[in-house]
Design a protein around this ligand. Structure first.
Ligand SMILES: Nc1nc2c(c(=O)[nH]1)N[C@H]1C(S)=C(S)[C@@H](COP(=O)(O)OP(=O)(O)OC[C@H]3O[C@@H](n4cnc5c(=O)[nH]c(N)nc54)[C@H](O)[C@@H]3O)O[C@H]1N2
Ligand SMILES: Nc1nc2c(c(=O)[nH]1)N[C@H]1C(S)=C(S)[C@@H](COP(=O)(O)OP(=O)(O)OC[C@H]3O[C@@H](n4cnc5c(=O)[nH]c(N)nc54)[C@H](O)[C@@H]3O)O[C@H]1N2
Ligand SMILES: [Mo]
Length: 763
């Protein structure tokens, strides 16, 4: 593939410095780093006003992640974390991207910058239009922008030629209106970031437990005997989760961590809300660390299942929760029988862990009854990702460790409202029960043909079968796989539109025409004709609550996301029976509509006025599995990885540094892994380096292999790291060019961004 689109980050290096990996996470250093970002981006006075309102009952929801807030007591000035503070600083930045900026910087010139440099330009102040054949965006009025999109949409030969993407920061109110508009327009083409994120969890949990969401609440961490954290780096991506894990430990619970990397945050923690604890050695979190090879999790879990079965047979009733299994589950016999077709000898090499260590983990599982399993992208982004999650459910079911206090599933979500967006109908294959309700409420017939997900949408645009791309947030070109292919796909469109807060690469790799529609951020006041509005979000544990910004908007030309949807719908839909302007004048009216359509939202306005919000119904939490196909919780048969590496090949995972939010790059450091001022690195085991005769910090090119296809990314520095043999790691999004679009998880169609086969070539 050639590199002619400017879609990739530049190959220039930024000057790496290596430091020691710190011994513990959070503590004073984290507070220091948070305050520095706030001071540099926002300024001190406005910064304090901001932080005071984060995650408070009547403040705004931190846009950083979907980890829940404490139900009752909340710390003043401290219900955020280092990375939450960076996310907020990024949104409230002083820097502005004005029409003058666009007049003096061409699209081609900006696209040559790195994602870091692009983002630092700041918040977009006005709607901007890039006419066909022009090099610079020009200012456009909101009305003209809506008319232009409407004309393009209505000129398509079918509504299915338009793609409507959503990233996960969009509020419930905006998401509900958006999907209504898209379905009234006539398509289910509603791909979202979930397709690349927790889709595999949704698929596996729906099949096994009858609900695509996790079952635990925050309080369950106070009652768990054992928490297993798999494929997740909470010290960086969900720092407030460390407080919950710390509570588990204080109450005598144990923690097993399963990860190819010894992530600092999971190993040792200093509570940021307790300055007395900042000095000293911190609290050890992980009791047992299993350094699994990338994609070795099914093999590992299978060995544990086999050991559990062995012990149960030797001493019936000593391991399995037989009453629970008998009353609540289906498929035990087949699952146990299927275990016989795998041998420990055959599975063990895939894990890279000694049998002694695996036996220790098995003993902890056998001897504890209240078990929570947490996971994130380390399990969901593989070809057999769905197997990963179904297999961990098998363990919970054998133990009866679900549907009771201190036990259950905990898929830790990414974007702060990604779960809520799904609940509101952002999904290319929403069930008919939802669509029937929608039709009844708004008196129309929504399309029933399933729409395109992210991977299929990219192919459709590439093949010119889809011609308009509309992004509600996000940074499609940088976040998706196969950067060069995706760039071509977007460039094949007649029109690309982005509703955005900050400038990003997707504004620069465009269709023939392009629009940027700038919107309010979470931290800003949302004024509509009936007065100041709040919005609502749903966190990782199914709590729906208010969020209200207090800062003056960045520019007077910003619109809220609901107002943008309403403007677009009014311009596009000729015969809509919805009064779009009324709905956005007062978001209570949107919530009344949601109450009539979405299960669990009856009396929405009343319930959400209560401090802390309300829990949505969750059958698995209530030990009820009737929504599954069998009416019971299902044991499943799962396959370990079928990857076969040649001698010179490696598995590569793409991960986040401590200084980024997905494609938004806060800085160039990855402090917790000892890497400063460089993102173009590839982590490698020392033994592999010796075998291949590579030196530390040697400059190399990475080549990925998928079927007969090859993809290349040039200019990476090798860093010797504590990572299993034949495993490597690079950072997302720089390495996305190496992720093959068609290398996806079965059933969920999620790109396998954590199992890329590469060779490493001397530069
Ligand atoms: N500050 C910050 N917060 C964020 C984000 C951010 O970018 N920055 N992103 C948000 C989003 S959208 C999401 S989805 C989450 C992501 O949160 P994470 O899933 O924690 O993020 P990743 O960096 O992708 O980390 C994956 C972890 O899985 C491990 N891993 C990789 N492959 C395997 C494997 O095969 N097996 C096992 N057991 N482990 C594996 C990696 O070593 C790494 O520790 O965080 C959210 N929160
Ligand atoms: N290789 C590889 N690729 C991955 C992953 C990986 O681990 N490895 N992870 C995947 C995952 S888990 C995810 S979730 C996706 C993320 O994919 P996306 O959600 O598409 O990407 P983000 O980088 O989170 O989007 C950032 C942009 O959102 C806009 N934005 C920020 N706040 C708001 C807001 O309030 N409203 C609006 N309208 N816009 C806003 C800003 O303009 C910003 O530039 O990436 C996926 N891609
Ligand atoms: Mo995500």
């Amino acid at each position: 593939m050639n590199k002619d689109t400017n879609a990739q980050n530049p190959e220039d290096l930024t000057g790496i410095k290596l430091t020691n990996v710190p011994k513990s996470a959070v503590g004073a250093k984290a507070i220091q780093s948070a305050l520095k970002h706030i001071k540099d981006e926002v300024g001190v006075v406005k910064g304090i006003q901001l932080l005071k309102n984060v995650n408070q009952h009547y403040g705004f929801d931190c846009p950083g992640c979907a980890w829940p807030d404490p139900d009752a007591k909340r710390a003043f000035l401290a219900e955020y974390c280092e990375n939450g503070a960076k996310a907020i600083a990024e949104e409230a930045t002083k820097n502005k991207v004005s029409p003058l900026f666009f007049a003096t910087h061409s699209v081609q010139e900006l696209a040559k910058l790195s994602d870091y440099e692009i983002g630092k330009n700041g918040r977009i102040t006005n709607p901007m239009y890039l006419p066909e054949g022009k090099d610079n965006y020009e200012e456009i009025s909101w009305e003209n922008a809506f008319q232009l999109i409407a004309k393009e949409l209505n000129g398509l030969s079918s509504p299915d030629e338009a793609i409507f993407y959503t990233s996960g920061r969009t509020s419930n109110e905006a998401a509900f209106l958006y999907q209504l508009f898209v379905r009234q327009f006539g398509t289910n083409n509603l791909p979202d970031c979930s397709n690349m994120c927790h889709e595999s969890s949704g698929v596996a949990l729906t099949e096994t437990l009858g609900i695509g969401k996790g079952s635990v609440t925050l309080d369950d961490f106070n009652h768990a005997d054992l928490v297993i954290v798999m494929g997740q780096n909470p010290g960086t991506n969900h720092p407030r989760m460390l407080t919950a894990l710390s509570e588990t430990k204080k109450k005598g619970g144990k923690i097993i961590t399963i990860n190819p990397l010894p992530e600092v945050g999971l190993m040792n923690f200093k509570d940021p809300q307790n300055p007395l604890k900042w000095v000293g050695s911190g609290q050890n979190l992980t009791d047992l660390f299993l350094q699994v090879k990338i994609n070795g999790d099914v093999a590992l879990l299978k060995i544990i299942l086999k050991l559990m079965k062995e012990k149960e047979i030797a001493n019936p009733g000593s391991v399995f929760s037989n009453d629970f299994i008998k009353n609540k589950t289906d498929g035990l016999e087949e699952m146990l029988l299927n275990l016989d077709s795998f041998s420990i000898e055959e599975l063990l090499p895939q894990t890279g862990i000694s049998l002694t260590e695996i036996k220790k983990a098995t003993d902890l599982i056998i001897s504890n009854n209240n078990i929570i399993i947490c996971w994130a992208m380390g399990l969901t982004q593989h070809k057999n990702a769905v197997d990963n999650i179904r297999e961990l459910v098998n363990i919970l079911l054998l133990k009866g460790s679900i549907g009771k206090k201190g036990a259950g599933t905990c898929p830790v979500r990414g974007h702060s409202n990604v779960q809520g967006d799904r609940t509101m109908g952002i999904w290319e294959k929403m069930p008919d029960t939802f669509l029937d309700k929608l039709d009844e409420e708004f008196n129309f017939k929504s399309p029933r043909k399933h729409g395109l997900d992210v991977v299929n949408a990219i192919e459709a645009m590439h093949d010119k079968k889809a011609k308009v791309f509309f992004g509600m947030g996000g940074n499609f070109v940088s976040a998706t796989p196969d950067t060069e292919f995706t760039a071509k796909a977007l460039q094949n469109c007649d029109l690309t539109v982005h509703v955005s807060t900050k400038l990003n690469r997707s504004h620069l790799i465009t269709g023939k025409k392009a629009l940027i529609l700038p919107c309010l951020g979470r931290s800003e006041k949302d004024m509509q004709t009936s007065g100041e509005q709040f919005i609502t979000v749903e966190n990782s544990m199914g709590i729906v609550h208010q969020s209200k910004g207090h800062l003056e908007p960045h520019s007077k030309n910003l619109l809220s996301e609901p107002a943008i949807v309403a403007g677009l719908a009014s311009a596009t839909l000729k015969n809509s029976n919805v009064n779009w302007a009324n709905l956005t004048a007062d978001y209570n009216l949107i919530r009344d509509k949601i109450a009539n359509v979405v299960p669990g939202f009856n009396n929405f306005n009343k319930k959400v006025s209560v401090k802390g919000g309300f829990y949505l119904p969750n059958n698995a939490r209530n030990n009820n599995y009737t929504p599954t196909k069998t009416g019971k919780a299902n044991f499943t048969l799962n396959k370990p990885s079928d990857l076969k590496l040649k001698d010179n090949q490696f598995i590569m995972m793409t991960i986040r540094t401590h200084d980024q939010y997905n494609t938004t790059i806060y800085g160039l450091n990855d402090r917790y892994r000892g890497i400063l001022n460089e993102r173009r690195v590839v982590f490698m085991n020392k033994k592999d380096m010796e075998k291949q005769q590579f030196k530390n910090l040697e400059l190399v090119n990475l080549v990925s292999h998928f079927k007969e296809e090859k993809r290349i990314a040039k200019g990476f520095l090798i860093v010797a790291y504590d990572i299993p043999e034949q495993c490597t790691a690079t950072y997302f999004p720089e390495a996305n060019v190496l992720v093959p679009l068609r290398n996806v998880a079965h059933t969920s169609n999620t790109p396998a961004s954590k199992t890329i086969i590469i060779t490493i070539e001397k530069s």
